[in-house]
Design a protein around this ligand. Structure first.
Ligand SMILES: C[S@@+](CC[C@H](N)C(=O)[O-])C[C@H]1O[C@@H](n2cnc3c(N)ncnc32)[C@H](O)[C@@H]1O
Length: 431
């Protein structure tokens, strides 16, 4: 795999992603007003039409009892695999700031008065985000958080498939604070390069970007936030210059001062990043494209690698309910459960826990996280439960699919269709 080191924390890999002239975004407005993307190369959506933000909240945030976690821990380590434009990280930060963080906001002080932060709990938040697509990750803070009116957002001409799932009106239960994009921007501002500027200046996308974040970015390019007296002085001058610096900008300064928030972005194949990483994490968000399109991040071998990077009691959250993915989790040593979406009235994901000790399971939201049913467990024993393999963690997706097909064809396990028919008959006979 070609790997070119450009920056300390951001390590772009695939040269094809550098060519911003060829690079295209395919944005559309999902049903909750958040912006989703489509990928013609993978022929898959990055975000569900149901709502990019709603999906992130319901599959990655609500299944966890974060309040309880922070009652017992001052430090959290999260691995966001397939960061994309960052909905899962953004939703976590948003939930944290709205429900866990208890700093008082003093809008008359910006960053200079240490005393105003003294009441805050000093949580240490470390998020490591991984994606192969540098442009997406670096442009993530600039996307508008919510479109309220669809009037100027015509149906995406490139994707008729998306259109039929889109509703006429925006229906949103979740809202991202303005500060979230600004917080992320602070963390990655030094890596934003010319490619991103080209995308930001492209008229095709401008309505999807938040002008105020772009203006803020221009300010940040001149001012780097550090604790040095000099930078404080520069910031002071800057604040005079920008007389009407908004409340959210002030809040961001306050958060950065009172929370020990570290964000590390790795632009590289997730298999490589994890193979080179010695850290242990409390939570993993696994949000790869669907297993049939991107099996390399759903193989038994990759899931085992994740297992090895979790603290005891560590939790993986994912949208996938595929039997082969669940089986790979079990084979790797996880205990698995399924996630219920109250708004969709159905099960929409899986959580995998590194231990079955009940004390650790307490960090799950028991209202939404349930045991697998007899049917779910039966499905794992069928051909549908045969997982993907990638022994050396270097195979191409096509090779992984071919190997899997061969194994399924040669397997004498019961087919999924036969299993489902059998369950139907058993149910009719009352067995
Ligand atoms: C379904 S999207 C994730 C959406 C994302 N969580 C968000 O909030 O926007 C899948 C992502 O996986 C990334 N990806 C694909 N193959 C990868 C790999 N081998 N390693 C790391 N990231 C990969 C793609 O670039 C894409 O951004």
């Amino acid at each position: 795999m070609p790997k070119i080191k450009l920056y300390k924390d951001v390590e772009p890999t695939f040269t094809m992603y550098y060519n911003v002239i060829m690079y295209k975004l395919y944005p559309y407005v999902t049903n909750d007003g958040s912006i989703g993307l489509f990928s013609p190369e993978v022929d898959d959506i990055y975000h569900s039409t149901y709502g990019a933000l709603s999906e992130a909240y319901e599959k990655f945030i609500l299944p966890v009892d974060w309040k309880l976690f922070f009652q017992n821990n001052n430090q959290i380590k999260i691995l966001d695999i397939c960061f994309g434009i960052g909905y899962n990280t953004k939703s976590f930060l948003n939930y944290y700031l709205e429900n866990i963080y208890n700093g008082s906001i003093d809008t008359n002080n910006i960053i200079n008065n240490d005393k105003i932060y003294s009441n805050n709990i000093n949580h240490n938040i470390f998020i490591k985000a991984i994606d192969v697509d540098k442009n997406l990750a670096l442009i993530s803070p600039f996307f508008k958080t919510c479109i309220k009116d669809l009037k100027n957002f015509n149906p995406p001409f490139y994707q008729n498939r998306i259109e039929k799932y889109r509703s006429k009106n925006i229906n949103s239960n979740y809202k991202l604070k303005k500060e979230i994009n600004l917080l992320l921007l602070y963390k990655i501002v030094n890596y934003i390069d010319n490619d991103i500027l080209i995308l930001l200046n492209d008229n095709n996308y401008s309505k999807y970007f938040d002008r105020s974040v772009i203006s803020f970015f221009k300010c940040l390019k001149n001012i780097k936030l550090t604790d040095s007296p000099f930078s404080k002085f520069i910031t002071f001058l800057h604040n005079i210059y920008y007389k009407y610096i908004s409340l959210s900008h002030k809040n961001v300064h306050k958060y950065l001062k009172s929370i020990d928030f570290n964000f590390k972005l790795n632009i590289c194949d997730a298999r490589q990043v994890l193979s080179d990483d010695n850290s242990l994490y409390n939570f993993v968000f696994l949000d790869a494209f669907t297993p049939s399109k991107c099996p390399c991040l759903w193989t038994f071998d990759f899931i085992k690698l994740i297992f090895d990077h979790l603290e005891p009691g560590g939790i993986v959250l994912t949208y996938s309910s595929a039997a082969n993915v669940r089986n790979a989790f079990i084979e790797a040593g996880f205990v698995i459960k399924k996630v219920y979406s109250e708004s969709l009235k159905k099960y929409t994901g899986t959580v995998a826990i590194k231990t079955n000790l009940s004390s650790n399971e307490n960090y799950l939201n028991k209202n939404l996280v349930h045991e697998l049913s007899e049917f779910d467990l039966g499905l794992l024993k069928t051909k549908a439960g045969i997982f993907y393999r990638d022994k050396n963690l270097t195979s191409q997706n096509e090779a992984i699919i071919a190997l899997h097909e061969k194994e399924v064809n040669e397997s004498d396990k019961i087919s999924t269709t036969k299993f489902k028919k059998r369950v139907k008959i058993d149910n009719k006979c009352g067995i």
